[in-house]
Design a protein around this ligand. Structure first.
Ligand code: G4P
Length: 520
């Protein structure tokens, strides 16, 4: 039986430390509270699955697995797709954003808009993903609310349209003014945020001491915002012109229910998606999905590749035989998993917007489409301009076979981009990364998972441009420039610096030299 509840699929984008893990945990706690209504939550119970998952992330330093947390809220099913937190490993995060319909931009009230938040926001803008802004840590001293609104407008160009407005400045959090109802939602501090902070709603005329003064200030600013036209407009939000804003303290669980309500009320549901040839799939059409991440080595006992796919249309049923668009071959989905960190449970059905983990997915790559019915292929997930380059060679020549296999696997997973040329030969591929941390991941996985020690040697390139076979021929032999081919066939011209890229383009006006989207 297909599950007909409406879906919301979103991700949280933020700079490390803004409170993403805390918010995720609060959401999970909240959802669990709903699922087990009436159950008593002991203190020990609070640190459940989510915390284990976080512990694993922290132990490994970076998030190696991306997965989704699924829960019911009101009459909806909510999918929170996890984004890895480490700033150097950002290419992965960008891919995750191809699987969501909206994003929550989490901003630390004390820090404003930080670099990684800005980069991630650019990806949302590029993909037309509507963004809801949550100003977090309002229980701590920080910038003023109006200052933060100015920053958002200036730095990301979206018009902030606050839905709630803080009562009390940052560090003196008394609650929020609900700008839609005019009510005072009073904030009550709970010990360590162990349970959902109770929200008391008070009518506008009934606010008493000691909150009266802070309330009056909030009302005044709310009226200013109104005069300024900073009110929510659903059409402009969906068009990517405005961002609804709310104020929260994830640590205290304040604002979490408000955020969930906003997601259900305002964030877009999964919609029709267009394939590369212009064909359109409605969510109610036959099943189709696209792979936004592949992962191997989840289970040390047997090497297996898990492909995370977002259901784009139709209903998924375990056991379904789907067509792999890239090869035209059938793929039997004998095992499928709902995925959240290490915890996996078998999934029987999934609907448009849901994330499934396909087991034994050795043929699937990032960006691939699988479908039933009429053929469809979704546009590829964008790759980002690498800025760090190394040549790799087998650390132990006796293990060259394992080395090759490992490199191929990591290439297919998109952990690094692998570049080759006839000149360099196959033994010494060039690895290209958006952030240097990616090389550490490669080293770790090659050594521990593929049992193939790897040696790196730094290459002095900093800039990559897309070119073609003609460019490869025209640029051969020029100092400070080298053309290599990525495994997807793309030719990349690498330059020692921006200056060399510029002068080469000037001296060779007939050669194609295209900038790639900027990465981390
Ligand atoms: P991240 O996943 O975005 O990197 O951030 P994370 O949730 O780990 O939060 C980073 C720090 O900010 C943590 O403190 C966390 O407790 C704190 N924090 C998150 N939300 C809030 C909030 O609403 N108010 C306040 N005051 N703090 C918040 P930490 O000291 O680094 O870790 P911990 O010892 O508290 O776990």
């Amino acid at each position: 039986m297909p599950d007909s509840r409406p879906r919301r699929t979103f991700a949280v984008i933020s700079h490390p430390d803004a409170g993403k893990s805390t918010l995720t945990e609060a959401l999970a706690l909240h959802a669990r509270a709903i699922n087990e209504a009436g159950a008593v939550h002991g203190k020990g119970d609070r640190r459940g699955t989510v915390s284990d998952w976080m512990a694993m992330e922290k132990a490994r330093g970076i998030s190696i697995t991306s997965a989704a947390l699924q829960f019911a809220y009101r009459d909806h099913v909510v999918n929170l797709v996890d984004t890895p937190g480490h700033s150097d490993f950002s290419e992965d995060t960008y891919r995750v954003l191809s699987a969501v319909d909206s994003a929550v931009m989490l901003v630390d009230a004390g820090k404003g808009l930080e670099p990684q938040t800005l980069k991630l926001f650019q990806v949302c803008a590029l993909r037309g993903i509507p963004v809801i802004t949550v100003i977090n840590k309002w229980d701590r001293p920080g910038l003023s609310a109006l200052e933060l609104m100015d920053l958002i407008h200036e730095k990301i160009g979206l018009r902030p349209t606050p839905l709630t407005w803080p009562v009390g400045e940052a560090g003196d959090f008394r609650g929020v003014l609900d700008r839609r109802t005019g009510e005072f939602v009073k904030y009550t501090r709970t010990a360590g945020g162990a349970t959902r902070a109770p929200e008391r709603r008070i009518g506008p005329g009934e606010v008493e001491e000691p909150d009266a003064q802070a309330w009056a200030a909030a009302v005044e600013e709310h009226e200013l915002l109104e005069l300024d036209g900073a009110d929510h407009d659903q059409r402009r939000f969906l068009a990517g012109a405005t961002t609804p804003v709310m104020f929260a303290s994830a640590l205290q669980n304040f604002g979490v229910a408000q955020l969930l309500d906003l997601l259900l009320d305002l964030a877009p549901a999964p919609g029709a998606t267009t394939g590369v040839d212009g064909a359109v799939r409605q969510v109610t059409d036959d099943f189709s999905a696209f792979v936004f991440k592949v992962q191997s080595g989840m289970n040390a006992a047997h090497r297996d590749r898990l492909a995370y796919a977002r259901v784009v249309s139709g209903s998924f049923e375990r056991g379904m035989v789907v067509t792999h668009a890239a090869t035209g071959r059938p793929f039997a989905t004998k095992f499928a998993q709902a995925v959240f960190g290490r915890e996996t449970t078998s999934v029987e059905t999934a609907e448009a917007g849901d994330i499934i983990g396909l087991v034994n997915a050795n043929a699937l790559r990032v960006g691939d489409t699988v479908y039933v019915g009429p053929s469809i292929e979704y546009p590829p997930v964008p790759t980002f301009a690498p800025e760090h380059f190394m040549t790799a060679s087998a650390g132990d020549i006796g293990r060259y076979k394992q080395f090759r296999r490992g490199i191929e696997q990591l290439d297919q997973e998109g952990v690094v981009q692998v570049l080759r040329s006839d000149l360099r030969g196959d033994q010494n591929p060039v690895l290209a990364a958006v952030g240097p941390m990616q090389f550490e991941v490669v080293e770790d996985r090659m050594t521990n998972e593929f049992n193939a020690p790897i040696r790196f040697s730094r290459l002095d390139y900093q800039v990559a441009r897309r070119t073609d076979a003609g460019g490869a021929a025209a640029l051969a032999g020029i100092r400070g420039v080298e053309v290599l081919q990525r495994s997807d066939g793309t030719h990349l011209a690498l330059f020692v610096d921006q200056w060399r890229a510029k002068t080469t383009a000037r001296d060779h006006p007939d050669v194609m030299l295209e900038a790639l989207p900027a990465g981390g």
